[in-house]
Design a protein. Sequence first.
Length: 486
Amino acid sequence: MAIGDLLYMLSGQPDPARQIAQALDPLSQPGPQPAAQGGAGPGSGPPSSPAGGPAPAQGGNSYPGQPQPPGSAPQPMAYQSSPDMAASNQQLANPPNLMSLYLQLAQRQQANDQISRGLALIAANHSAPGMRNAIMQSAMGGGMDAGQTMNNLMNIYSMQQGMQIRQQELQSAPDIAAKTGLPLSYVQSEIMAGRGGELRQGMMPTEKQRDIQFEHDQFIKGGGTEDQWQSTYLPLIISGGIPGLTPETRQRNAALIKWQNDPTNAGKPTPSYLTDDVKWKTYNEDLVDAKKEFNGVNQSLGNYIDSLGDVSSSKELDSLAGHPISGGGAAVFPTTEAAQLFTKMKGLAGLSQALAARGGPKGVGQNLKQFGANTEDFTNLGITDYRGDVIQPRIKQALTAQANAYGAAGMANSMPGYLKPYLDPMYQTGGDLDIGGAPKAVTPDKNLKQPGAEELRGFQNDLERFGPKTALKHLRDQGYDTSSLD
């Protein structure tokens, strides 16, 4: 002990080096300490032991530190619970506290050096010349570096932290062994060798396991049950080598199960696109494209049909169509109703060409293309049956394209009733692209007459010649219920 340390101790000032060491030592922290084995306190022991010393083994047992009796089974290594390091961690994690102790340590070391030099100078003054140089060289050599002392303490702390981490890993060794299937002794030896992190990494799920979990979640969200997953779908995924096991196949299987679980599909034939990968791809692509394009296509077709119906419903049409000379003369004067009607007829040619260039999904695009054919007919006043030859074919094509737009977008159950006769069979019940589900519910009005087959034929004729607005109004004016056609 340096003389300065002795003076500090006599003055009652705490030693900062001891304070840092105590902070790093978990056993010095306040809290319950493990009870001494074999007695209630220091110096105590079994009744038969002298002065609290170790007692002889009884019944094959021994006390800590005592050699094992001959022939006894080896005792397993006891991994003690790691001590509570919270207090020291909190103290050392606080920079002001740690820096204060470090400064105190540096100041104390500097004071020790100065005291030692002062005493050496006094001794040198009273020594022979030969000893004087040796004393002076020793005094000027300096004492222990405070920074090195601090570094040594921190190295001890780092080692202690590493031991604490290993101790915690050893506590989880049984769990690691159970999850990895490795022997417990091997897991413990790997942890002691510093490879506990690698063992934990081996417990993480693989990419394939994560993919299977994702497939499971999507399967359940799609309407599948856990039993179906375990019995049919999971074996297909795990095998991986079955032909046709592609992402499209998995999507199709999920869609098939969802369709089958829908009670409204009970008794219906299963659509072929749910059992055939090629048709599923066509259905899936058409459905995605049609849903994106539906609102625009549906609105354009509705406006086109209404424009055709407005021209066909005009009272001036009969004075123009079939009369190329007189009708053409009447259309020359811009203020007449005939001229305004002829302007609308020319506008139909432009609308037809625009729709023909638009395109659309299966069952829609081919109908739209036909609008672009013979657009000069709209202004050909020599056509006698203008409604039958010009208007009706185009309204019929537009109604078909609109119905198929609903079907391709998976919305066949919500389309107006008057479009049902124009829906392609592939979108109808049992068709290749049948979406299934319950059709739109219709509640008939009991206070009105229900249209029969003859009235429905008349309605369809009016629909194709004048459009849905005029056809529905005509049927209502006769006192018929149109709820199934709206």
